[in-house]
Design a protein around this ligand. Structure first.
Ligand code: AMP
Ligand code: MG
Length: 702
């Protein structure tokens, strides 16, 4: 028997009162990994957690699935303790002895300090247990560890000696003390053991050859990874169980089964101890492989590359570079779904009424018009009617109410006459009328959203409706933006002689943000190779992809292309397009660089046409192509063959107007426009009324 279908990681708590209703720290947190999904649960009392665990074990057994349940408290005590308490070295006998002594109420009220005091009484001197609220302190259970003496037991188990952060199990009070958690946790595990008998084993005391296996965990083994994977504002206990469950669920078979056999048969063992690196690695989100060095290479001998060929090359060579992560549904708008999303339950989950009216069984209607006695009570959304509606009777039902037994059809209020506890309506109501079938929107298990979907508000509604509270998404693509040129001055600043304001950077940063990426502003870089090199280094460290503008041609001051060329990483794509000078493409320390033209109009057009679909692909959302449509031209133009042209355009009275000037520095034209007119690669002689292809800004996600 190897491999686990379900992994449950429990962060236990020794609270003496129920935890707050609002999820809080230092409470019981459970993460459950199953089928690549991780669900987190917050439980307010140990009694609730015990029920939850028993249910989960029962479900796993019923489904024929194997389950590992890990807990963050020691399963055994330092050598000698079990024998002193039970007369044998068997840690599981100690579990039974603790279950006999510990009283733990449904409200978490418990007698752990009294039990510890009594256990201390079995040993000479003072100890081994220590630490409790001042009011409970007695000479037998001292407040400080240093007040103990001569009890004769080791301070730590063998497993803990190897772990710097582990706390001794004798310490019962203040943060980080696992002693109380063990005293209040082991009795629960003992009862689960009794209940599940031969279906359950406890590692490493018993061979892990059962459908349910219990093991001891210590989230601090991978503390750094846990810290790195925390979501903003996430409660630490939740992060710990979530990340550890993910790590354990990702280990290849039979790693876990092998690890479960390791350790000391009396003192117990921390699962994964000595394998921290493998565990951390498994905890990290899957990162796609890096892009290959020649991803921008052009076929030899190519001079001007047609736009479509350039797009096809980008599409073929790039792949997603963002890692998988998980976010709360409410924070998922605009994020890219990392995996196909199945419905966790059907929507609607049960047949229900689509209107306010009266429900009955269609088959039991008389011939002709109906006049039925109305059963007392009603069915409303969230307040089902729990009786049966007898044949030939009707029940008051409201929109969204689950159809009770005996009802398959509903007649609308407006079509009814009421009186004397009866309802009358005309013949001809079709069976099933005004009802919604269970699963008519989505069946449980059916994929409702595909990986790569950029999540829009209705997608969130669907994911919520089929039961998801958290969604697997990709990390946002980090897009670094920098401008080059000695002439550039910060917008709002004081330009020097010959200076101009940096117009491209605000435009490119906001384009990246609009497309759902994380825009990283790397500022302006003068026409100086060392500064540019340093900035590109920073960009590659802080971002997944780099957009530069300016300096991308082959002139003296064109340092972007010069640097990329010197690094052997430049591909100068002479793309047959207007406006647009050569596009410099390259990899800088593994990060793709889009060297955009300096002219704002050309920079804008090249970003929409080339960078947008490439960024979308890198982000995991797939290639995107703008949807355009044909319009009659409101202009005349003669076009030479060789380059595809994009004109700043807008639609007025159903016709495409173009901006009066084609000057590539005229930023105002971009604002006048509401889209682009795309003219084909070949020659064209366009007269008013001729069809031209219009691509509204909206088709570029603007
Ligand atoms: P370059 O590609 O560096 O030769 O620049 C081409 C033209 O675009 C020059 O007139 C530059 O001054 C202008 N330019 C370059 N970068 C920017 C920018 N960030 N904002 C506005 N104009 C720019
Ligand atoms: Mg320049």
């Amino acid at each position: 028997m190897t491999g686990f279908d379900r992994i449950v990681v429990v962060d236990w708590s020794a609270r003496s009162k129920p935890s707050p209703a609002r999820p809080a720290r230092d409470a019981i947190w459970i993460a459950e990994a199953r089928g690549g999904e991780i669900a987190c649960h917050y439980l307010r009392t140990r009694a609730e957690a015990e029920t939850w665990l028993a249910d989960a074990f029962g479900q796993a057994l019923a489904a024929g699935e194997r389950m590992l349940a890990g807990f963050d408290f020691p399963f055994g005590y330092p050598r000698g303790f079990a024998r002193a308490v039970t007369g044998q070295d068997d840690p599981l006998a100690l579990w039974a002895a603790l279950d006999e002594r510990i009283e733990d109420g449904p409200d978490n009220a418990n007698n752990r300090f009294a039990v510890a005091r009594a256990l201390n009484g079995l040993f000479p001197g003072v100890g081994p247990f220590w630490g409790c609220p001042r009011a409970e302190t007695t000479p037998d259970l001292p407040e400080r560890g240093t007040d103990r003496r001569d009890h004769g037991l080791p301070e730590k188990r063998g497993a803990e000696a190897a772990v710097a952060r582990a706390q001794p199990c004798w310490k019962l009070f203040t943060t980080g003390s696992v002693g109380s958690q063990a005293l209040l946790g082991l009795p629960v595990l003992h009862r689960l053991r009794q209940r599940f008998g031969a279906d359950l084993s406890v590692a490493p005391f018993e061979a892990p050859e059962t459908p349910i296996v219990l093991a001891e965990l210590f989230p601090s083994l991978i503390a750094k990874t846990v810290a790195a994977e925390a979501e903003p504002g996430e409660i630490n206990d939740r992060t710990q169980v979530r990340v550890l469950a993910r790590a354990l669920s990702r280990l290849p078979d039979p790693t876990l089964d092998d690890w479960l056999r390791e350790g000391d048969p009396e003192e117990g063992w921390i699962l994964g101890l000595g394998h921290e690196e493998a565990l951390s690695r498994a905890a990290l989100p899957l990162r796609p492989p890096p892009l290959s060095n020649d991803c921008f290479a052009l076929p030899a001998g190519v001079d001007w590359t047609p736009v479509d060929d350039a797009l096809a090359l980008l599409r073929a060579r790039l792949h997603p570079v963002t890692a998988e992560t998980e976010v709360a549904l409410g924070a998922a708008e605009g994020r890219v779904l990392a995996r196909d999303l199945p419905a966790l339950r059907s929507n609607p989950p049960h047949p229900n009424s689509a209107v306010d009216g009266y429900g009955f069984a269609a088959e039991s209607l008389p011939e002709g018009d109906a006049d039925l006695p109305v059963v007392p009570g009603r069915a409303a959304a969230g307040a089902p009617f729990d009786g049966i509606v007898p044949p030939g009777h009707a029940l008051r039902v409201l929109t969204g109410a689950a159809l009770p037994d005996g009802v398959d059809t509903v007649v609308l209020d407006e079509d009814c006459t009421l009186g004397d506890g009866r309802v009358a309506f005309r013949a001809g109501t079709r069976r099933g009328a005004n009802t919604r079938k269970a699963g008519e929107d989505a069946e449980a298990g059916q994929v409702v959203l595909r990986a790569g979907q950029c999540l829009r508000p209705p997608d969130l509604a669907l994911a919520a409706a089929v039961g998801h509270g958290r969604l697997p998404v990709r990390a946002r693509l980090r897009v670094a933006v920098l401008s080059t040129g000695d002439e550039l001055c910060e917008p709002g600043g004081r330009p020097g002689p010959g200076g101009i304001f940096d117009a491209n950077r605000p435009m490119l940063l906001s384009l990246a943000a609009r497309w759902g990426h994380e825009a990283v502003d790397l500022g302006r870089v003068p026409d100086d190779r060392d500064s540019l090199r340093a900035t590109l280094d920073r960009a590659a460290a802080e971002a997944d992809v780099i957009l530069t503008s300016g300096g991308a041609s082959a002139g003296d001051e064109d340092h972007v292309s010069a640097l990329l060329r010197a690094a052997g990483a430049l591909q100068e794509w002479r793309i047959a397009l207007k406006p647009g000078r050569p596009l410099a493409l390259g990899l800088w320390q593994g990060a793709p660089v889009f060297g955009l033209p300096g002219n704002p109009v050309a920079a804008f057009v090249c970003t929409l046409i080339f960078a947008r679909p490439a960024l979308s692909l890198l982000a995991g959302a797939g290639w995107t192509a703008p949807e355009g449509f044909e319009l009659p031209a409101a202009f005349s133009k003669r076009k030479k063959p060789g380059r595809r042209e994009y004109l700043r355009a807008r639609m007025r009275d159903g016709r495409a107007e173009v901006f009066a000037s084609e000057g590539s520095g005229r930023v105002s034209g971009l604002c006048w426009a509401e889209g682009l007119v795309e003219l084909p690669d070949g020659p064209a002689e366009i007269k008013p009324g001729d069809p031209v292809r219009f691509l509204p800004y909206g088709s570029f996600g603007l």
